[in-house]
Design a protein around this ligand. Structure first.
Ligand code: ZN
Ligand code: ZN
Length: 199
């Protein structure tokens, strides 16, 4: 489950019982075959206990919950009332999107242009020192691109880096099949800066 107030996903941890992680702590995201309605994704995430675990998220939790569109209610401490936070956040998201601001974006190298995207198109992630290496399956051309972005770019909807690092390489369809392949590609690659302003 996603908590919109902390921007964290709750998963089971064999050590801690329950753990709460940011999207940037995800390491891989893959759709589960067969589970189409609703679509379910298997994610591997970096847990605070020091291990990586697997968890399941629905398409809605992955792409819509961070925008507040599936949020429930929270206790407003000022008024001591339960406020329907979902409606408000959802309207805010709609205003952003109407202005042409997307909750997430990436630079598609094969198309040589920035594209709006949702987390369900992120396939592999790795993070170090506030920087996230991100493999994205382009929702438009279906090719893989490798971007280097800030942690906020991933964790904070509508926070888009002005410039991202892009690996200037067109990957084969079956490339970057594992986290290890992805990491070695990422650390050996050189990055070129691309502006990420969407029209
Ligand atoms: Zn754990
Ligand atoms: Zn593309």
């Amino acid at each position: 489950m996603y908590d919109p107030l902390t921007s964290r996903y709750a998963f089971a941890c064999p050590v801690r019982g329950e753990t709460h992680v940011l999207l940037s702590a995800f390491r891989s995201i893959e759709p589960l075959p067969g589970a189409a309605h609703p679509a379910v994704f298997r994610v591997r995430f970096d847990c605070g206990c020091g291990e990586e675990h697997d968890g399941l998220v629905t398409h809605e939790e992955l792409d819509w919950a961070p925008l507040g569109l599936a949020a429930g209610e929270f206790l407003n401490l000022m008024t001591a009332r339960l406020d329907p936070v979902g409606t408000e956040l959802g309207e805010l998201a709609a205003v952003h999107i109407k202005r042409g601001e997307w909750p997430w974006s990436f630079f598609c190298y094969p198309e040589e242009q920035p594209r709006p995207v949702f987390p369900s198109s992120f396939t592999l992630l790795t993070a170090a020192d506030g920087t996230v290496g991100l493999a994205v399956r382009c929702p438009s051309c279906r090719h893989l691109s490798l971007n280097l972005v800030s942690q906020q770019h991933v964790d904070v909807p509508f926070h888009n880096d002005r410039e991202v690092g892009v690996v200037e390489h067109v990957f084969a369809d079956d490339a970057l099949a594992t986290l290890d392949e992805f990491r070695s590609e990422l650390w050996s690659a050189s990055f070129d800066a691309r502006r990420l302003a969407l029209e």
